[in-house]
Ligand binder design. Sequence first.
Ligand code: LIP
Length: 266
Amino acid sequence: MTDRLKDELLTLALEAARRAGALLRDSRPADLGVAATKTSAIDVVTEMDIASEKLITGYLSEARPDDGFLGEEGSSTAGSSGVRWVIDPIDGTVNYLYGLPAWAVSIAAEIDGETAVGVVEIPSRGETFRAVLGEGAYVGDRRLEARPAPSLEQALVGTGFGYVTERRAAQAEIVRNVLPRVRDIRRGGSAAIDLCDVACGRLDGYYERGLNPWDFAAGELIAREAGARTGGRPGESLSTELAVAASPGLFEPLQQLLDELGAWHD
Ligand code: LIP
């Protein structure tokens, strides 16, 4: 994994995210509606999700035609270069559909299966989060450090919910038990932004069950490179089963509480 390759991938990811963010910000139709649904009637896709993913994959494949892709809206090619792009063209699609500001473009690059570069572009905030494996995390030119860990009782914790009724009922029961144990809960609607907020100290911790790789690939690297800990159940990596991210001193008590509550299953 050469520094030169990581630099190239970061430069491409930043420009692709910038272009997609500008398209989404400046060309959002006033009458934006639902173009399709996926796992349920509330799991929606808009024409802008599709347009954003097309812009990103087109730009990246022109620059690096042998790379692979995994995109939320269907881009899926193995590639032959050892590099795979993991793309969420709009993370926070429901927020974008409703005209709420908490949405982002999330682009990660894996080299031989390991996430090496992550970019999260948040146009409504004018913020670009980025990280390269082993080289720290930044928002703009400011290096990021996760907030010093509070006690669990003093922690501001983000979370999110899936789109399928049975899972949402199970998640409601988990958050019912977490809420009295922490300072407060925030449900922003974008995992990528939530992970960046842990990285920059706007959240002390975050957890969610049921995320897809495109939701967390870039944000997890940014959080880790900012000094936060990430994972799933104790001893396991962050995954669709369970995503947990927090300042180092808070991570284990939060992870332990979630494991005791069974946050890793429906
Ligand atoms: C979203 C996630 C968020 C979750 C939402 C949704 P999408 O991704 O980023 O954390 O709570 O339900 O899954 O669908 O907007 O790309």
